[in-house]
Design a binder for this molecule. Structure first.
Ligand code: UN1
Length: 513
């Protein structure tokens, strides 16, 4: 309980006063036409009201889309290096305010300060990456098959980009999506998760301070039904980028299909660490602990499965359980806390439900397994870091995304079996191997069908300059961040310039050899 007891002293400074926040539409902070607001409370302490936010409706959303649509032409025609200047400036502002923003984010969604600082850092990294792209946005130039003809391809923007963002990376993911959209020349309307609207408001404040032209970046808070669906249905919105559950993503996919609206989906994961018999076991335990319990397991990339070679299985399980039990759970604003709360009561309930499912399926609980409710814990949504051992790959806890501090350890007999278990789920986001055998590392690198793969590191920790996303039911073939992320927010235009002064017919007027 020590982490909780000291919370007040460190949490009391530097936080914002509770107040009502508004939507950001056409460069103005405006109230919803609904006249309604919703509350956002600290998941570590429900007495702490972070703020109230607009419970917006379709009218608000459509007003934001109209503003973004009106701003589009001028923004599209602004040279990309100039667009980059604004984004770079946002990076500088975020850097200046990193600690302040991180504190608000911890208060808003619970993860520990080190991690919310990392979240803001990821947005800063993305700002610099996107700003750099302003001077690249490379297309191709190619020779033509005909004389006196010039061929090239260029990226063109799509128009208004609609972003629906999650609560687990409240600023990093809006930055991945939004900055890539902006640098390509799109304007943006963003609907943040209702559990973390303040982080996206803070990002909008940074864009406002950077002097971004009115209407280029708009924020509308509210529910999926009331704001998200009208966004998907609005024909002026040319691309939707969504991060969230596979279930919701499937629904969005259906809504976009009739009009062929461009859609980028980043959804569930059931990521695995594979520990081989030649691994550095202590290093693997370090990785598993961080991968499973960082962000209280609430990352798409969280290590929710581990398979361990039978020769080192007992040692690994014993060490992991011991370390998991020693983690200090508490308010993330306290620097001594290792793991914060679940983001909401419903997430906590899901975790509890899965602990029940795992127990009934016959897995062995070797660490945790309980919600924390004593004293100050009772004001939040805390759960113990939980490790199940003796899990079978077919069990639900080894197949379904839990999105909480629960990991499932399975024994395997061989490298080949590890790969089979690893690929034996419907998701394909991230996977990892711990081994000292370079041949095994490379074979796994080739054979694991996931969008992200790590060697001797856990399943979390992607950097912004490489593509982020996954295979199978994790995604729909797109990636965000990196240069690949630009593909979501641009279309290719191939251009042929014939300066021969005569009609030259491709495929016909070429000389045969
Ligand atoms: C997510 O889990 O949704 O790779 C994003 C990572 C972070 C991003 C995670 N950089 O774990």
């Amino acid at each position: 309980m020590s982490a909780i007891a000291t919370e007040k002293s460190s949490a009391s400074h530097d936080l914002r006063e509770t107040r009502e926040y508004r939507n950001y539409i056409n460069g103005e902070w405006v109230a919803s036409k609904s006249g309604k607001t919703f509350e956002n409370r600290n998941p570590a302490n429900n007495d702490d009201l972070v703020g109230t936010f607009q419970e917006s409706n379709a009218d608000d959303l459509n007003a934001a889309v109209d503003a973004a649509d009106r701003a589009y032409n001028a923004w599209r025609l602004t040279p990309a290096p100039r667009r980059a200047d604004y984004i770079y400036r946002v990076g500088e502002i975020l850097k200046r305010d990193k600690d302040k923003i991180a504190r608000e984010m911890t208060r808003e969604m619970g993860k520990v300060l080190q991690e919310t600082r990392g979240d803001v850092q990821e947005a800063i990294d993305m700002a610099y990456l996107a700003a750099g792209e302003g001077r690249r946005l490379y297309g191709q130039t190619t020779p033509s098959e005909l004389p006196n003809k010039f061929n090239m391809s260029v990226r063109m923007p799509l128009g208004v980009a609609g972003l629906i963002t999650p609560w687990n990376f409240p600023i990093a993911i809006p930055a991945w999506k939004g900055m890539a959209a902006l640098i390509c020349g799109n304007t943006v309307v963003i609907k943040p998760a209702s559990l973390t609207p303040l982080s996206v408001v803070m990002l909008a404040e940074a864009f406002e301070e950077a002097g971004l032209p009115k209407g280029v970046w708009n924020v509308v808070t509210g529910g999926g039904r009331e704001v998200g669906e009208p966004m998907i249905q609005n024909e002026k919105v040319k691309v939707i980028s969504f991060t969230g559950s596979t279930e919701v993503g499937r629904g969005i996919s259906k809504m976009c299909a009739p009009t062929f609206k461009h859609l980028h989906l980043e959804m569930g994961g059931k990521n695995i660490i594979m520990v081989m018999d030649d691994a550095d076991v202590d290093l693997a335990v370090d990785g598993a602990l961080w991968g499973a319990f960082g962000t209280a397991g609430q990352r798409c990339t969280a290590t929710s499965r581990i398979t361990v070679h039978k020769k080192v299985y007992d040692e690994f399980v014993e060490k992991l359980a011991k370390r998991a039990k020693a983690l200090r759970v508490g308010n993330g604003l306290d620097e001594k806390t290792d793991m914060g709360p679940n983001v909401s009561d419903s997430q906590l309930k899901t975790v509890q439900e899965y602990v029940g499912i795992g127990t009934n399926e016959g897995a062995t609980l070797v660490a945790g397994g309980k919600a924390l409710t004593d004293g100050e814990y009772g004001k939040g949504f805390f759960h113990q870091p939980t490790v199940f051992a003796d899990v079978k790959p077919t069990m639900r806890i080894a197949q379904e995304e839990i999105f909480g501090p629960v990991t499932a350890v399975m024994k395997c007999d061989s490298f080949e079996e590890a790969i089979e278990i690893g690929n034996g789920v419907r998701y394909g986001l991230s996977s990892s191997i711990y081994t000292r055998d370079i041949n095994k590392a490379y074979t796994a690198m080739r054979d694991m069908y996931t969008g992200i793969f790590y060697v001797n590191a856990p399943t979390i920790g992607a950097e912004v300059h490489l593509p982020f996303g996954g295979t199978k039911e994790t995604g729909n073939g797109h990636r965000e961040a990196g240069v690949a992320g630009l593909d979501v927010f641009s279309e290719w235009k191939s251009i042929y310039v014939d300066y021969s002064g005569s009609l030259q017919r491709a495929q016909i007027d070429t000389e045969e050899i």
